[in-house]
Design a protein around this ligand. Structure first.
Ligand code: NAD
Length: 262
């Protein structure tokens, strides 16, 4: 299947590891020029260098925090100056800490809103005018299964990510006329450092070994295993491609069937 992505410019936020890194690599494998960012310059450049070598791809990197709107604006401008446009924008950031409602401080809420809601808005505001000029664009938010089904002790994610779905649907409605498709991808339990953090937090609270949590998460999905970052990346790349040209405003879960609803 020809995904029609060759030479497209794909910006992937928070991409020094995990799902973001796998997604940046998957776009490079399709012949895209790729722009990556994350806070840790060394880790980011190491990931980018692997992608360049494996796929002979053009990869631009800049280290900054996606909760800084001025830095997002500078980055998008730098990507446009280097590659001429931003065709595809994948928004992403680290997930909020695992906490119950009373354990979450107001600062936790503020940080979750900045990283997991506002950062999507910052990128969308900056990339949409470029996409409008080309009358073609894709924005895909990486959120969580919590957009469909709350997860215990993840109240920050359960609440804040729901707003992203409202944003995605609104952008899809407003900018469909400009050929801009906006969708949301929700990972289920996926084997990345984020999941290791969650296992550690739960083990610290319960005293149970971390492995028990990995086993329980795998058992929750009908496929009886964790997801791989590559499986998220493949879905995101397909959604961004010409082969998904009539899909907008949707949330697609990549969760091994874990979501229990219809
Ligand atoms: P991860 O923690 O492995 O990687 C997160 C990436 O984001 C890293 O590159 C990190 O450097 C970068 N990052 C974090 N905060 C940033 C910031 N403020 N500015 C710039 N870069 C920042 O996470 P992951 O497992 O790849 O997950 C990606 C997203 O999907 C997260 O929001 C996570 O909560 C969500 N998610 C993950 C799972 C899972 O099981 N892994 C499940 C549901 C949802």
């Amino acid at each position: 299947m020809d995904l029609g992505l060759k030479n497209r410019v794909a910006l992937v936020a928070a991409s020094s590891q995990g799902i973001g890194l796998a997604t940046a690599e998957a776009f490079a494998a399709e012949g895209c020029r790729v722009a990556m960012c994350a806070r840790n310059a060394q880790a980011l450049e190491a990931g980018a260098e692997k992608i360049r070598k494996r796929h002979n791809a053009e990869v631009f990197t800049e280290a900054f925090d996606v909760t800084d709107p001025a830095a997002v604006t500078r980055f998008v401008a730098a990507v446009v100056s280097k590659f001429g446009s931003v065709d595809i924008c994948i928004t992403n950031a680290g997930g909020p800490p695992a906490k119950g409602f009373l354990a979450a401080s107001l600062e936790d809420w503020q940080k979750a809103i900045e990283a997991n809601l506002l950062s999507n808005i910052y990128f969308a505001r900056d990339v949409i005018p470029h996409m409008q000029r080309k009358q073609w664009g894709r924005i895909i938010t990486i959120t969580s299964i919590t957009t469909k089904q709350p997860v215990a002790d993840l109240v920050l994610s359960n609440a804040v990510r729901a707003a992203v779905v409202g944003l995605v649907k609104s952008l899809a409605n407003e900018f469909g006329k400009d050929g801009i498709l906006v969708n949301n991808v929700g990972p289920g339990f996926t084997a990345t450092d984020r999941l290791k953090e969650l296992a550690k937090a739960r083990s610290a609270v319960s005293g149970k070994p971390e492995q028990e949590f990995f086993d329980a998460w795998a058992a929750e999905a009908p496929l009886k295993r964790l997801g791989e970052p590559q499986e998220l990346a493949d879905t995101i790349v397909w959604l961004a491609s010409e082969r998904a040209s009539y899909i907008t405003g949707q949330t697609i879960l990549v969760d091994g069937g874990m979501y229990k609803g219809l």
